[in-house]
Unconditional design. Structure first.
Length: 327
């Protein structure tokens, strides 16, 4: 098996970790990495060529870095760079923004970021190899949208820096590359979620209507027979409503059945997605369509699934992304 995985059709998805140039004014690529560390810290970082959220701008270059301490306090930095400072290979995963990089090297992925008093220097050794998600059955997904899980599960080790203090860390993490020619939106979907659970030999990756299951060192199941429902909405800690209970269900008889219930312990991150709009644009959108926001929620989960005839159950701590779209 190649280090990039084998679950993709190269006629449709050539070089899935490399940069995909597109002349469209709203085109974007992003390379994302996260990690849950043994010391209770959690990190997420993404390298952006173009803005993936409305109103879009293919010329922008930025990195979004967030580090959450064990108490859930967020340290966030979003530096921007000139196009002249940034390069990305079309042949493989090799992205550079000034001195920061995200690249394939020595049979692993190396993610380096250092700006101000925040940073990371991490090596990702893939456990579950790359997998091309099939999103064709999901409503509202653009035909030009691509989502490649570079490494659904990896061992992570290295350092993170917060407040100028560098900490040795180790744990598990996830890598992906995505692209499209228009800013990301999901027509008809008001609340979109994405999350993952690593429990023993199992890797459970769930998205609003999809489920991906890894066991050991491979993906063994992909299902689009899922659904996610949000309940008990509140504005506590945020200006836009968020749920306190999230339930993912899958009904794919003989393949994947059951549910995962998530109790939101704390919203870790909140962003107003209309903040870049001009005042009239923002007023018009909120008044006639609704508010748009991005959240990251810390969760307690209770999982009861049956995967290919095997019971997959357990309780633990997790987190998810939540895109709140205009209704």
């Amino acid at each position: 098996m190649s280090p990039q995985g084998e679950q993709w059709d190269e006629r449709l998805f050539p070089k899935p970790t490399g940069y995909r140039p597109d002349p469209s004014p709203g085109a974007f690529n992003w390379w994302y990495a996260d990690a849950d560390f043994d010391n209770g810290y959690m990190m997420a970082i993404s390298y952006h060529f173009g803005l993936m959220r409305p109103p879009g701008d293919a010329e922008q270059r930025l990195i979004e870095f967030s580090l959450h301490d064990p108490e859930g306090n967020a340290h966030l930095f979003r530096p921007r760079f000139s196009k002249e400072e940034c390069t990305a290979s079309e042949e493989m995963c090799h992205v550079v923004m000034r001195h920061n990089f995200y690249r394939w090297e020595n049979a692993s992925y190396h993610v380096y970021f250092s700006e101000g008093e925040l940073g990371c220097d991490l090596t990702y050794e893939p456990i579950v190899p790359g997998y091309q998600a099939d999103l064709s059955a999901l409503p509202g997904v653009s035909e030009t949208y691509g989502w490649y899980m570079i490494a659904p599960k990896s061992r992570v080790k290295g350092t993170v820096t917060v407040g100028g203090k560098t900490l040795d860390v180790s744990g598990y993490g996830y890598l992906e590359h995505g692209w499209d020619r228009v800013p990301m939106s999901l027509p008809g979907v008001e609340n979109a979620f994405w999350g993952k659970i690593y429990q023993g030999d199992w890797s459970i990756l769930w998205q609003s209507g999809s489920l991906f299951v890894g066991k050991g060192n491979k993906i063994i199941l992909e299902s689009t027979k899922g659904s996610t429902h949000a309940f008990d909405f509140t504005t506590k800690d945020t200006r836009v409503e968020r749920p306190e209970l999230i339930v993912f269900k899958v009904d794919d008889p003989g393949r994947a059945e059951g549910e995962i219930r998530f109790k939101v312990v704390k919203p870790l991150l909140y962003m107003d997605l209309l903040r870049r709009f001009k005042p009239f644009q923002k007023w018009f959108t909120e008044a006639y369509f609704g508010k748009a926001a991005y959240f990251r929620h810390r969760l307690n989960y209770d999982m009861n699934l049956r995967i290919l005839g095997e019971e997959v159950t357990g309780k633990g701590v997790s987190w998810c992304e939540h895109h709140k779209m205009p209704a």
